[in-house]
Design a protein around this ligand. Structure first.
Ligand code: FES
Length: 111
């Protein structure tokens, strides 16, 4: 079963991508042309895949691991509902998931 994920770009433009259960949110965003670098390819060694999850969705996702929380400390513009998109695998009940691309999607450690 297909599902839709909406990304809100920095300027407020909404991009809806179709995905399947089991797809990784970072890959879906990249395939849709969003500026998510994902430099470490899911190894939790960067924060360039940082997204801000819509508040109504945040509590419905599986909790971030301690490693993910630590890496989010490096993310520019991190919020309470920030997540690393590479750590989110989509499931059927995530149809309609909405995330925003942070205003600074670069890796804070490179500055
Ligand atoms: Fe590096 Fe997600 S791709 S932490």
């Amino acid at each position: 079963m297909g599902l839709n994920v909406t990304f809100i770009e920095q300027g407020g433009k909404r991009v809806t991508a179709s995905a399947d259960a089991g797809d990784n949110l970072l890959r879906v965003g990249q395939a849709a042309g969003l500026p998510l670098e994902g430099t470490c390819e899911g190894q939790m060694a960067c924060s360039t895949c940082h997204v801000i999850v819509a508040a109504e969705w945040f509590d419905r996702l599986t909790e971030a691991s301690e490693e993910e929380e630590d890496m989010l400390d490096f993310a520019a513009d991190a919020r309470r509902t920030s997540r690393l998109s590479c750590q989110i695998d989509l499931t059927d009940d995530m149809d309609g998931l909405t995330v925003s691309i942070p205003s600074q999607s670069s890796d804070a450690r490179r500055m």
